[in-house]
Design a protein around this ligand. Structure first.
Ligand code: ATP
Ligand code: MG
Length: 561
């Protein structure tokens, strides 16, 4: 998966950067992450963020966070704020290098005038539809617009009037004059500016002409002195235009563009437009739905930013089209949370257990370490009493051979407590098990010396009924039922593949009482159940709601087997 091995542990882009620094081509590396603020960031962006900010950090350079805000109709300050917060959350800092393409509107306009003066751009009156038609196809060359040979003076005057707001939207555009027969369609006189009477979130109504992406992006890169302009493979065909613009214009730097393959993750989608559709149709709760691969969703789900960065480093950077398994991300999350998360006990599907020989009315507390390998995380006192909750699936009346949990007449250890024996199974009229009656062995209390550590095969978790806190646990499964929901071989729409059981809300789970104080965003390992995080939106003191971040083992592999 990670093809960095053949280049001494470096991916091909880092290798290029290292070579450029070694050869003196650049004294300092400068990169940028240039999101368009028309939606929220997702896991694919995380890959690009880790790559651009990571390279700057590793090679002692700078990385800009540049908001590519050239299309006011689709953009919003809410997205800008979330992008800034998301990049910070991932662990990166741009110092004073937070910029906007709109910072350069005046400079971009001057570049356009430069091109017109040089006879390299013209004002065209063809409609968008006509431009498309004149452009030709992959197999037929384009035709020149009747305006293509308009004299420079006339172009300058018309462009001035475009900016002055004298024309209607769509009446004119400014186009580069390159080659209508170029095999690469991006070079067939691409549009550089269009008229759009829309208020911009930063420049207000100062402009009614807005630059197109390729034009604005190339010049922004050059103005910021970007050395390595790193983007995804769909921009490969735009590189000749990028270079053409750099060739024509007087600019302070000459960046180079490099492309890598997008991150695609199995059983999910990473397209802002499609994510937006899921939300608009109410198929998920919002951009922060914990099932979504958005930064907001993954954060709420409880994926630590360190784990995401580790994931991005493990997947590597190549030009190949990969489908990455969610299991890889989950394994990074598990490794991280295993070290980080204090242990606690929670019962998902409670079954009552009564200790018949435990004195009526008596209670005690038992010490329990918060982390098996990290004594510095301290310990807590677990209430214990005659009535307990255990996990329903930890008892079987007629178990198979390898079942080491509780069975009639069998023994298990209650985690951090005593060894118990199942004496009697109580059922209701319909034959459902309603209660287990057990005896406990007072000499087997955990931690009270070697004699107490008598070995039994199974250990189960539990919560004392008199002190239990009822709470909601939310269990998540993959959001889609097929690997590539947006490119399924059946050709069916991605919305048809939503997994109907991707969210299971378990109310009435029984939790140890200390969890009443769980701070939103705090992680726990619920022993034997999985890693959980107190939900940052819905969890309240005394009324906790936990999201399952990830199970203790790779359940995906099991599900696929
Ligand atoms: P989407 O396709 O999801 O709408 P986008 O590419 O339009 O995303 P931008 O805001 O333009 O979103 O992306 C900012 C940067 O993130 C670009 O440099 C883009 O190449 C990169 N990026 C977007 N999606 C991915 C992905 N899946 N893997 C890696 N990089 C990505
Ligand atoms: Mg884009």
């Amino acid at each position: 998966m990670n093809e960095a091995a053949d280049s001494g542990g470096r991916d091909f882009i880092r290798q290029i950067v290292a070579d450029d620094l070694a050869s003196g081509r650049h004294a300092r590396v400068v990169t940028r992450f240039p999101p368009e603020p028309n939606g929220f960031l997702h896991i694919g962006h995380a890959k690009s963020i880790c790559l651009n900010f990571g390279i700057a950090a590793e090679f002692g350079g700078d990385c800009y966070l540049r908001l590519d805000d050239t299309n006011p109709v689709r953009e919003d300050q809410e997205y800008v704020d979330a992008i800034i917060e998301g990049v910070h959350w991932l662990g990166f800092d741009w110092g004073p290098r937070l910029t906007h393409a709109s910072d350069y509107f005046e400079a971009l306009h001057d570049c356009a005038v430069q091109l017109i003066r040089a006879g390299k751009a013209y004002v065209d009156s063809l409609s968008a539809e006509q431009i498309r038609e004149y452009r030709g196809t992959l197999t037929t060359p384009g035709r020149p617009s009747p305006d293509r040979e308009r004299p420079v003076a006339e172009n300058l005057e018309l462009f001035r009037r475009m900016r002055a707001g004298e024309f209607a939207d769509g009446q004119y555009v400014l186009r580069a004059k390159i080659d209508m027969a170029a095999p690469n369609i991006n070079l067939r006189d691409p549009t550089l500016y269009r008229i759009r009477r829309a208020s911009h979130q930063r420049t207000g109504d100062a402009w009614c002409i807005y630059p197109m992406y390729d034009f604005a992006h190339t010049i922004s890169d050059a103005l910021e002195g970007i050395t390595h302009s790193i983007c995804t493979l769909e921009f490969e065909d735009h590189r000749p235009l990028y270079e053409w613009l750099l060739d024509q214009l007087q600019l302070p730097a000459r960046p180079r563009q490099y492309e890598f393959s997008r991150l695609n993750v199995a059983y999910t989608i990473t397209s802002k437009r499609r994510l937006a559709e899921l939300i608009e149709l109410g198929l998920v709760g919002g951009w922060d739905d914990p099932r979504l691969p958005t930064i907001l969703g993954m954060r709420r789900r409880g994926y630590p930013p360190e784990a995401l960065r580790e994931f991005c480093s493990r997947i590597g950077v190549t030009k190949k089209d990969h489908l990455i398994e969610m299991a890889l991300l989950e394994s990074c999350v598990r490794d991280d949370l295993n070290r980080r998360a204090p242990r606690a006990m929670a019962v998902l599907d409670p079954l009552k257990l009564v200790l018949v020989n435990y004195p009526q009315g008596q209670v005690e507390t038992l010490p329990a370490a918060n982390h098996p390998e990290r004594p510095e995380l301290g310990s807590r006192e677990l209430p214990f009493g005659r009535e307990l909750w255990i996990e329903r699936e930890d008892f079987m009346e007629d178990p198979p051979k390898k079942f080491f949990r509780l069975r009639p007449g069998g023994e298990v250890r209650l985690r951090n407590a005593y060894i118990i024996r199942c004496e009697e199974v109580v059922k209701d009229a319909a034959g459902n098990i309603t209660e287990l009656r057990c005896s406990y062995d007072p000499a087997t209390r955990s931690g009270s010396g070697p004699a107490a550590e008598r070995k039994v095969k199974g250990t189960i978790h539990w919560v004392a009924a008199h002190a239990a806190l009822a709470g909601e646990l939310r269990l998540y499964d993959r959001l889609f039922t097929v690997e590539r929901p947006d490119a399924d071989p059946s050709g069916r729409d991605f919305r048809e593949f939503i997994n109907p059981s991707s969210l299971e809300r378990r109310l009435g789970c029984m939790l140890e009482p200390a969890l009443a104080a769980a701070v939103p965003g705090a992680w726990y390992q619920f022993e034997r159940v999985g890693y959980f995080v107190a939900d940052r939106v819905d969890s309240r003191p005394g009324q906790p709601v936990f999201n399952r971040v990830v199970g203790l083992r790779d359940s995906w592999a099991k599900a696929q087997a």
